[in-house]
Design a binder for this molecule. Structure first.
Ligand SMILES: Nc1ncnc2c1ncn2[C@@H]1O[C@H](COP(=O)(O)OP(=O)(O)OP(=O)(O)O)[C@@H](O)[C@H]1O
Ligand SMILES: [Mg+2]
Length: 472
């Protein structure tokens, strides 16, 4: 895929995602507004119920006091009976303000005693007509019926006296006066200035958000899932792209690496076939030697590639035995030492592990050391000074291989154990390889329950530490 096209697609998807988040936010905000309106309506209905009940209970008290008053005045006994009956029957069944008003007009206003009664009762202070606990319990019941469980504070405001005569302990007076819902108390009292019930919900917003928790959680989860999938997809595209580039490099490398020995072999064969070339014993030996060597090189390369395929499928079977790692190291050092000496360098060994025998797969261990030393030599173009050391740690042996080569940047250090990864060298093609060595080393170390890590600085050198347990 073209890089520009990928960037375009990512940009498009990011914009769509952003728009989605925005639209979602818009809908949630709308839903919040609707909930808020519902909340206000429910509070209104609930408090209407409270105001009605307060008025009814107030009227009941007044009726009772009328009866008591009339019973002392024999000339009104007739009224007494009718009001008593009314109180017992009709009054109980009243369940809305309209009925209450009708009842009031029928039995109280129609009575001639109305004025007398008013004189008898005198002007009653609002706090005498209701109690804090009564309002509190009525509010609780009515709000509960409307499924409003939010905490509330309330107060009763007397307009005539211009002050709050009752209020919830700890409530803020100014908030109650300014931020609360206000309802007229005793709306039937047409002659007096109205008193108000002020109701305030300190955590109204939290309560509304709490009610939308389900919607919010689902929305946020969906958005997170989309962001996660999007990021994952983008990363996968990049990973695939990098992998395909690495594979291309690998194929190019491989073709190149195979081509040299193949052409050398074919040249040697041609020379052997050529009738003009005088074939002495020495010439034969030389050509066959070259063919043999190149053949071995080809075989080793093919083996390396095949092995990495086996590792990929995790089908490796270890053939463990007890052996002395110092012997193996010495063997590999002597082989690679020749190439190091050609470059005017040397390999120093400092093998201190005691005991130095481990239970592991000897062939793979040999390859492991070979790969690390081969890299140390390959990536140190001038006068390699390579150090190989071993020492004991509690449960195993630590092997260190150090060089004074080109080093690896911090960024690339994380990737060098990836299969096919090679540090990009720009136009330099001095370092031949497939990028398979270290991934193989890592897998082998893991198969032996060991670990590998490195320290490296650009242009200074690299040190690989391998820990292998005595017995895995
Ligand atoms: N000692 C080292 N110093 C500097 N760079 C190193 C060293 N060892 C490895 N690297 C970097 O890590 C990369 C991966 O190494 P690895 O051994 O896996 O592959 P390779 O050497 O390129 O190929 P091969 O499969 O033939 O070993 C190398 O291409 C090189 O860039
Ligand atoms: Mg290598």
């Amino acid at each position: 895929m073209n890089k520009k096209f990928i960037i375009f697609i990512i940009g498009l998807m990011s914009m769509a995602l952003l728009a989605l988040v925005f639209i979602q936010g818009y809908w949630i905000n709308n839903a919040m507004i609707v909930r808020q309106a519902n909340f206000v309506r429910s509070v209104n209905e609930a408090v209407d119920g409270v105001v009605f009940r307060l008025e009814k209970s107030d009227l009941a008290g007044r009726l009772q006091s009328t009866i008591n008053y009339l019973s002392d005045s024999p000339q009104y006994m007739a009224h007494d009976d009718s009001i008593y009956d009314a109180l017992n029957h009709e009054f109980r069944d009243i369940d809305n303000s309209g009925e209450l008003e009708a009842f009031y007009n029928k039995y109280i206003l129609s009575l001639e005693v109305k004025d007398r009664q008013r004189i008898h009762e005198g002007f009653q202070l609002i706090e005498k007509r209701l109690t804090y606990n009564l309002i509190d319990s009525l509010l609780r019941t009515e709000l509960h019926k409307k499924s409003i469980s939010a905490k509330f504070q309330f107060g009763v405001f007397s307009t005539e006296r211009g002050k709050m005569v009752l209020r919830t302990e700890g409530s803020d007076l100014s908030v109650l006066l300014e931020g609360a819902y206000a309802f007229t108390l005793f709306p039937g009292d047409l002659l007096e200035e109205p008193d108000y019930l002020m109701l305030y919900f300190p955590n109204e917003r939290g309560f509304l958000i709490g009610q939308m928790a389900g919607l919010l959680v689902i929305s946020i989860s969906l958005i997170l899932i989309i962001i996660f999938s999007f990021t994952y997809t983008v990363l996968t595209i990049y990973r695939q792209k990098r992998l395909s580039e690495m594979k291309n490099d690998f194929i190019n490398n491989m073709t190149h690496e195979f081509k040299t020995p193949i052409s050398t072999i074919s040249l040697a064969c041609q020379a052997l076939k050529d009738k003009d070339v005088i074939k002495t014993e020495n010439v034969y030996d030389a050509y066959i030697g070259v063919i043999g060597e190149e053949n071995l090189r080809l075989g080793a390369m093919a083996e390396k590639i095949l092995q990495s395929a086996v590792l990929e499928k995790r089908q490796l079977e270890l053939n463990k035995e007890w052996f002395d790692i110092h012997e193996v190291i010495a063997d590999v050092v002597s082989k690679i030492g020749i190439q190091v000496q050609i470059k005017d360098g040397n390999i120093c060994t400092d093998l201190n592990a005691e005991p130095s025998k481990i239970h592991a797969d000897k062939v793979h261990f040999t390859n492991l050391i070979n790969n690390l030393l081969d890299n140390a030599n390959k990536y140190t173009p001038q006068k390699p000074k390579i150090g190989v050391s071993t020492e004991n740690v509690k449960t195993g042996i630590m092997i260190s291989i150090e060089d004074n080569g080109i080093g690896i940047s911090k960024k690339n250090q994380k990737k060098i154990f990836d299969k096919l990864f090679r540090v990009p060298m720009g136009d330099l093609h001095d370092f031949k390889g497939f990028g398979l060595g270290l991934s193989y080393v890592k897998v082998i170390v893991e198969y032996h329950k060991g670990s590998i890590w490195l320290e490296s600085e650009l242009k200074k050198g690299t040190k690989f530490d391998v820990f292998l347990p005595y017995e895995s």
